[in-house]
Design a binder for this molecule. Sequence first.
Ligand code: NAD
Ligand code: UDP
Ligand code: UDP
Length: 317
Amino acid sequence: MKAPGRQRILVTGGAGFLGSHLCDRLIAAGCDVLCVDNYVTGSRDNVLHLLSDPHFELMRHDVTFPLHVEVDGIYNLACPASPVHYQLDPVQTTKTSVHGAINMLGLAKRLDAPILQASTSEVYGDPAVHPQPEEYWGNVSTVGPRACYDEGKRCAETLFFDYHRQHGLSIKVARIFNTYGPRMHPNDGRVVSNFIIQALKGEALTVYGSGRQTRSFCYVDDLIEGFLRFMDTPAAVTGPLNLGNPVEFTMLELAETVIRLTGSPSRIEHRPLPQDDPRQRCPDIAKAKALLGWEPRVPLEAGLERTIASFRDRFFA
Ligand code: NAD
Ligand code: UDP
Ligand code: UDP
């Protein structure tokens, strides 16, 4: 039986990048944490430091299968997140988003527990509206190489809202924009980890296309703070809610910043732009500001410095 007063929280995908930081914060806040992961992109290494904590439990499980546990709240993060990873087994990516959402919603329904969904800015596709407010319906290909992820996440949002309307579930749908920080997977092809590793190795930084496409980068601690505040809101606050940093950079600017901060002799090399690569992405976070009193605090350079230091320790010490 759980100790009285201690909240028992399930984090699916808890051995991944964001999930492991969320587990850290929940443990620090005095929760019991059940971390569920099939390690397809995550790793026990990300939560190794928590394994000796009696309030932390790690379970190998694939969320496309039913899960019968007893918890007070659920954060559903299980899903490969980088284009390289989610395109390796696109059918499994859709299954994870859709079957995984159905199972976790079924669990939340049985337990009458609030459930937060890690949705994504990818639901906006290659956006025709800029910056993207939550009301924008998106511009997404149903058949392109990113569709397994984008459409899977869109369908998951639909399921969350139907469980909310049909079964009265307390849902929190967070649309996460590009987030970075320590414990990012070194080989998942995401731009921040790619550039940092390339710069630390003294290799050329691979800028895809002209490098004039934009993204906005949120430091992981800011994002997790947004998750916790969102979960703490009354049941009427369902989202979808954009969580991300609204300061926009081009990939060329990012490359130049990483080269400067690492003191690397690396140059920039251009490579072909991947298919369906969104040209620009930037969240409108007015709703998160109003509802959560939240906005990112860590500027890009400060967050990059921390991330570079952690990559140095992990891979170049
Ligand atoms: P990640 O790949 O590091 O973490 C995902 C975790 O889910 C991994 O540990 C992986 O092993 C696990 N997983 C995958 N499929 C599973 C399954 N079927 N059953 C159980 N576990 C499974 O990625 P992340 O960056 O930490 O992303 C976490 C969540 O946030 C994902 O849902 C992702 O779509 C969402 N998200 C992340 C970002 C970002 O910039 N990091 C942006 C938008 C959305
Ligand atoms: N489910 C689960 N854990 C639970 C309860 C349900 O994994 O504790 C799964 C269950 O296997 C089902 C899914 O969640 O496939 C949806 O459950 P729901 O009760 O909404 O639908 P139903 O069981 O009627 O299909
Ligand atoms: N990108 C790049 N070089 C790299 C990896 C990515 O220029 O080595 C670009 C990519 O084309 C995209 C942006 O950086 O325009 C962000 O890519 P990422 O895969 O990190 O995330 P996305 O926002 O596309 O899901």
